[in-house]
Design a protein around this ligand. Structure first.
Ligand SMILES: [Zn+2]
Length: 343
């Protein structure tokens, strides 16, 4: 719904120059984020979010660097300290989930252009040790499409999961409805389709390895944590949130010898209480520079927490995505609705 409004606004306000929107909204430090880039289909991702092609990604980078100076951690620290907007519009780019396309395509393109970026990693998945539960759901849906939702299989789904009908829609909704808490159900569903996640990980190697991450870090890219295994934080108790945060960030820092700390919330930080952020500066916690959400162009009361702009919706180009974000920001500013409230 919100995405639809943003796209409508970006089309309606297409004549407004990007530079004017930046000035009017006074939002001159932005945080665009992606997952990965690929020219081939990615069965583990395709069913859950759209992936940028190589050509489209380059077009996005061209647009972004035309309007924003790419900056790194130093500028981010200065921005936080002073709290003032930088003299020139700038962006801090990041990528979530630690997929292998980062090493093969993204990093070489960024390096060529001198664009700094942070890569946020789920520590349980490094070296292809396990697969994000949403990627498992995507693989199951991909397999079902391949067998054209054969009646024999959909009827088994109907009887086991007591679906209203053995229809494509019902089976699809069931699979996409599996959440972090009941994620082991996906293992059972995979068995019904002779789908082997371990074999997929071994053969396709969808994730970055420790060696690749070390190389990326040595190239000057930032490595940050994205939790251990990608839960929805609002569904966790505070102690579980802390464990996911602390264990993943500490492991990243120890493995790669990092003195800085960056963390991006898996899915969203929506509903994460102020008490969680208060815990992060307590004794025994890993060093931290910044945490990141996914709410788009929005102010956050936590002074080290930045909201990022998701760039991959429906394969729309960066120009349209940003125009939508800025126009939506302007619209909400009329009602004073641009600041996140944390209880
Ligand atoms: Zn993620």
């Amino acid at each position: 719904m919100q995405g639809g409004i943003k796209i409508f606004l970006s089309i309606a306000g297409g004549w407004i120059p990007q530079s004017l929107l930046t000035v009017v909204t006074r939002q001159s430090f932005i945080f665009p984020f992606y997952h990965t880039v690929s020219n081939v289909s990615m069965p583990h991702v395709d069913q859950v979010y759209p992936v940028r092609s190589h050509a489209r990604f380059i077009k996005d980078l061209d647009f972004l660097t035309r309007h924003y100076s790419p900056v790194g951690l130093e500028e981010l620290r200065a921005f936080r300290k002073g709290g003032k907007a930088p003299p020139k519009p700038c962006m801090f780019l990041s990528f979530d989930d630690g997929l292998s396309g980062i090493y093969d395509i993204v990093a070489p393109e960024l390096k060529k252009r001198g664009i700094p970026a942070a890569f946020f990693i789920n520590t349980d998945f490094i070296d292809n040790r396990d697969l994000f539960f949403r990627y498992k759901a995507s693989l199951i849906l991909d397999r079902l499409e391949h067998i054209n939702y054969s009646p024999a299989v959909t009827e088994r789904f109907q009887s086991i999961y007591q679906l209203d009908r053995p229809s494509r829609r019902c089976v699809r909704d069931l699979i996409l409805g599996v959440n972090y808490r009941n994620r082991t159900e996906l293992e059972e569903m995979a068995k019904l389709l002779d789908l082997d996640f371990t074999a997929f990980l071994k053969v396709k190697k969808p994730y970055l390895t420790t060696k690749e991450l070390r190389e990326l870090s040595e190239m000057g890219f930032y490595i940050g944590a994205h939790s251990k295994d990608h839960p929805l934080f609002v569904d966790l108790a505070l102690d579980q949130q802390i464990t996911q945060y602390r264990d993943s960030l500490s492991l990243i820092q120890q493995t790669f010898g990092l003195t800085y700390g960056l963390f991006s919330f898996p899915f969203t930080d929506d509903g994460v209480a102020k008490s969680f952020f208060d815990e992060l500066s307590k004794e025994g916690m890993p060093p931290l520079d910044a945490t990141f959400g996914t709410a788009g162009l929005k102010k956050d009361p936590v002074d080290f927490h930045y909201q990022r702009i998701p760039m991959e919706m429906k394969r729309f180009p960066a120009s349209l995505m940003l125009k939508g974000e800025y126009s939506y920001y302007l619209l909400k500013s009329l009602f004073g609705r641009n600041e996140i409230i944390r209880k």
